[in-house]
Design a protein around this ligand. Structure first.
Ligand SMILES: [Zn+2]
Length: 151
């Protein structure tokens, strides 16, 4: 099977999230090489601190498949998942996690709590980082620069 990245879909969702005034993070969930769910952050819109892109695509994919687990699924996220999302990714049994930029402030995968390294983490996905990281970082930097320059 030829590896096809769906990070471009996640980046489009991140851009759309930024345009809505949300922190520009996007995610896409693929099964058998096909994207079955895509989302950007919607915390502000939904008044929901758990409405991170990763949580939204996991919910949508589970609903679509009428399943509580996503065995074999691939998740593409533009930014390193936070601890909450890392726990959700593990609970959903996502097979492979691809993410873009690392997140020194809120990341929970390769820094901070390193959720997947805990003995209590019962499912550990394969993790590939740095995919589309430059584009992802540029989006975030532009968003926060614009927000800081507002009076
Ligand atoms: Zn998160």
């Amino acid at each position: 099977m030829v590896f096809a990245t769906h990070m471009n879909v996640a980046l489009k969702e991140a851009e759309a999230a930024g345009a809505r005034g949300e922190v520009p993070v996007g995610a896409a969930l693929a099964l058998d090489g096909k994207v079955i769910a895509r989302a950007g952050n919607r915390c502000r819109e939904l008044n929901d601190p758990t409405a991170h892109a990763e949580v939204l695509v996991i919910r949508e994919a589970c609903k679509t498949l009428s399943k509580e687990r996503l065995e074999g699924a691939e998740l593409y996220v533009t930014l390193e998942p936070c601890p909450m999302c890392a726990a959700a990714i593990s609970a959903a049994r996502v097979a492979r996690l691809y993410y873009g930029a690392s997140d020194a402030k809120s990341g929970g995968v390769e820094q901070g709590p390193r959720v997947f390294e805990h003995a209590q983490c019962h499912h550990v996905p394969e993790v590939y980082s740095g995919i589309g990281a430059t584009a992802s970082k540029a989006l975030l930097e532009a968003f926060f620069t614009a927000r800081r320059s507002k009076p």
